[in-house]
Design a protein around this ligand. Sequence first.
Ligand SMILES: C[S@@+](CC[C@H](N)C(=O)[O-])C[C@H]1O[C@@H](n2cnc3c(N)ncnc32)[C@H](O)[C@@H]1O
Length: 258
Amino acid sequence: MTKHHPGSAYFVELAERLGRSYLRYSFTKGSDQEVGFLLELLRLPAQARVLDVGCGPGRHSVRMAQAGLAVTGVDVSPRFLELAAETARSVGVGASFFEVDARRMPFEDEFDAVISLCQGGFGLMGGDDSIVLKRMCDALRPGGRLVMTAFSALFEARHPRPGADFDADAGVVHERAQIRDEEGAEERMDMWTSVYTPRVSELRWRAASRSTACRAVPLKTVGLLGPRTRPRGRWNPGRRLCQRRAPTSAIRWGSIPS
Ligand SMILES: C[S@@+](CC[C@H](N)C(=O)[O-])C[C@H]1O[C@@H](n2cnc3c(N)ncnc32)[C@H](O)[C@@H]1O
């Protein structure tokens, strides 16, 4: 029997338990390549404004700030935001981090690019994914671009996760995910992930049905990614030389009242 999405930002508790151990998951090991891909794709000028929705511990935000972009990361998890700010400080870059639910982001026409990767808000909110998508579109300035990831419904149907329930009507997979905290203690926690068909039209339709602003945002698939067994490539130390360094005081971390 499928356990339905609670409608709340359930990830807060999960993130609290995971803390730093989140960064032990293999899917977080491709951050350099992912940011390299984004920079190549977006080709943003220095100091362009980027919003990272569901930024987590900031593995993309911080690297994009290191590349000279003005990054704002938002997340519902205070623990992850704390880690993001700590990492930014440790590498000496400025970035802004705010605690806010993606469904209630107040941004309007402000960002040159919005990213939401590895289900950062979009993909974790069940039916409310549409609201997250609308808020992300609202945050973009005219001509700005949105890059986000979405799990494949077809992959899920073809390779069901053991013990997971796939509600095909809702397009949501519920599982009791086994997580491990920083001390190595294991626990099972509920997790809901939305899945989408690769047909871009599905996303476009969902967006357009909620927002006229979204009609102006052309969505196209820029890549289909699968899990990698081991990270590819290495951090290029030469890249650090051309980082734009900002004083650590430029790190802002706060909350946006809902
Ligand atoms: C799987 S993590 C991805 C984090 C990061 N984007 C990455 O690629 O590592 C999902 C993130 O989305 C955040 N999140 C979940 N629901 C959210 C919501 N409604 N609003 C904002 N952030 C949310 C979680 O707290 C978590 O940091």
